[in-house]
Design a protein around this ligand. Sequence first.
Ligand code: GLN
Length: 198
Amino acid sequence: MQIGILALQGDFELHQTTLNRLEVKSTLIRKPSQLVDCDGLIIPGGESTTLVKLLRNIELIAPIRHFATHRPIFGTCAGSILLATEIANHSMETLGLIEATIERNAYGRQIDSFIYTLQLNLNDKKYEFEGVFIRAPEIKSVGQDVKVLGVVSGQSEGENIVLAENDQILIATFHPELTQDDLVHRYFIDKVRTKSKN
Ligand code: GLN
């Protein structure tokens, strides 16, 4: 199994460090032809507007959409913005691969970054996970085919979704590569493993 990590901008190296720790082969993706050898893809955090421009420049948008028809993709923070179908507070093209409405920089300037203990529900088991949020987006709502795997109590209103998936796509608004706990990466690797058997 080999996992590609989109390496155009942002926080890709730490995802590779995590995969190395888990002894999973990975490759840094900088052009469309490199996707062919991958069983899964990680789109890291960074700046979503910059990332989408770079994706367009090197003509990676259509190849990633095609990749998602048969292989899983995991987007963290800016990566989750790129994968969502709708951005509530910004007009920009996305890959549109998971039915979710997401708001960029949703937690305000004063608290641009924070750490919060999350309750995650993976394969019907509950886990605590240290969520690192950096100028994070908020998942406001998801479609019927999307399963919510983690929430956080909102600053002003109800609960915000922080981890969700559909059949092929996993999105996290936090940065699991910044903690030593590999739980979320292992969950994604299992998703990739299941798909590559099919
Ligand atoms: N604020 C960034 C954006 O809207 C995301 C931040 C991150 O990936 N840590 O693109």
